[in-house]
Design a protein around this ligand. Structure first.
Ligand code: URA
Ligand code: SF4
Length: 226
């Protein structure tokens, strides 16, 4: 698969241009069975950017990220952690809904590494526009996109980390805008916090404990902004 890079307008200088271009992305095979591209949304000046996995069934139909049950839980946790919901931007590592048909039901399928890599240029382009202070990595797929395949969320969650080398190899970011010094616009001086995905909270044996853990991790984010 060719990847998303060729669909990114090299001269894009705002999120709306990126969002418009992403509607036509065919960087991997996931566009074929999905309803539409689900791009990120939120404050263009957000200090915090959340990265989820991929749109779910409801997001695929609505065209907006995190509008289903996982999104409701996430917003509740954001609130409780003391983050301002109006100052956030929320997106996904993969921008089309990967699923399998079972009768009339569409069953979520975790994206493969090939989809994560193909779609990552959109994520990098979003970061380049947003220049966030903190990136919140929600679950294993987002962690694979930004921290590599060996990162374990369960082991390293809730810790403020520097933007990793694994997320700034220039060869991964060709055709992303550079600033006047030639520095990659894609390498914001951001920090990063990994945590459990809100969908995993919904599936947990002990939801209360899992939810409290998510809120604790988001308090670390709030603390980093203070
Ligand atoms: N889960 C995600 O990772 N992203 C969404 O947008 C919805 C559910
Ligand atoms: Fe493009 Fe990403 Fe959709 Fe694949 S999942 S077609 S790379 S937007």
């Amino acid at each position: 698969a060719p990847g998303a890079q060729q669909f990114i307008p090299p001269d894009a200088d705002n999120l709306d241009q990126l969002r418009a271009a992403a509607t036509g992305c065919r960087g991997c095979d996931l566009y074929a069975d999905a309803t539409q591209t689900v791009f990120g949304r939120g404050d263009a000046h957000a200090r915090v950017v959340f990265v989820g996995e991929q749109p779910g069934d409801m997001e695929d139909q609505n065209g907006l990220p995190f509008v289903g049950p996982a999104g409701h839980l996430l917003r509740r946790a954001v609130d409780e952690a003391g983050l301002d919901p109006r100052q956030l931007y929320i997106t996904n590592a993969v921008k089309h809904f990967r699923h399998q048909l079972r009768g009339k039901r569409r069953i979520h399928q975790t994206p493969d590494q090939v989809h994560i890599v193909a779609c990552r240029p959109w994520l990098v382009a979003e970061f380049a526009q947003l220049q966030p202070e903190v990136v919140v990595v929600l679950g294993a797929t987002a962690a694979k996109a930004l921290l590599g395949p060996s990162f374990r969320v369960t082991r390293s969650r809730g810790v403020l980390m520097p933007w990793p080398d694994s997320a700034q190899r220039p060869q991964d970011f060709t055709r992303v805008p550079t600033d006047s010094t030639g520095r990659l616009g894609s390498v914001p001086p951001a920090q990063l916090v990994a945590t459990i995905h809100p969908s995993a909270v919904l599936r947990a044996d002990n939801r209360e404990v899992a939810y409290a853990g998510l809120v604790d991790d988001l308090r670390v984010v709030a603390g980093a902004l203070a």
